[in-house]
Design a protein. Structure first.
Length: 164
């Protein structure tokens, strides 16, 4: 996995000017692409069967989570519901109104963390090969009253720190 380096440009931050890594996402696989990938790993199932199972999974997981059922996929992790509440909250139990106080329902995901699979953040880092790729310079300009954000990528091996 490639890593881009991005400088903190928030002048109010204690870490202003520091560089941080950002994962580079090279592509996104759709259900068909993931099905083909799984089938290429020596699966006994054909692409159409794998794709059918994934499509059914994509409808069943939200259905179950919407019923308050957490869904654990062994080796992957657990999908579960959380609620987004109005910041103000309700003063009393009697004042609490589901339609008024709950502003959203979210499906959250916690990666598998048991000793065999360990795909949580720090353990997963040991399974991934990280390589610095570019330094990203983000500039903001205002054009016709709208803020335009541009990014310039410089390969790490060609980067020269600008003088302040």
């Amino acid at each position: 996995m490639h890593v881009d380096l991005v400088r903190n440009t928030n002048q109010k931050s204690d870490y202003y000017g520091k560089y941080y890594g950002r994962a580079v996402r090279t592509s996104t696989l759709n259900t068909r692409g993931l099905s083909e990938h799984i089938a290429q790993h020596g699966s006994v199932w054909t692409i159409d069967i794998v794709e059918g199972i994934l499509r059914k999974l994509a409808t069943c997981v939200p259905e179950l989570v919407g019923q308050g059922v957490a869904v654990k996929l062994d080796g992957l992790g657990t999908f579960f519901p959380t609620l987004e509440n109005k910041k103000e909250g309700a003063d009393t139990v009697e004042d609490f109104d589901v339609a008024e106080n709950i502003v959203g329902v979210h499906i959250r995901y916690t990666p598998e963390g048991d000793e065999l699979d360990r795909i949580t953040s720090r353990a997963f880092k040991e399974k991934v090969q990280l390589k610095p790729r570019s330094v990203v310079e983000i500039t903001k300009t205002t054009v016709d009253g709208k803020v335009k954000r541009t990014q310039r990528y410089t390969p790490v091996d060609q980067w020269v720190e600008p003088t302040p």
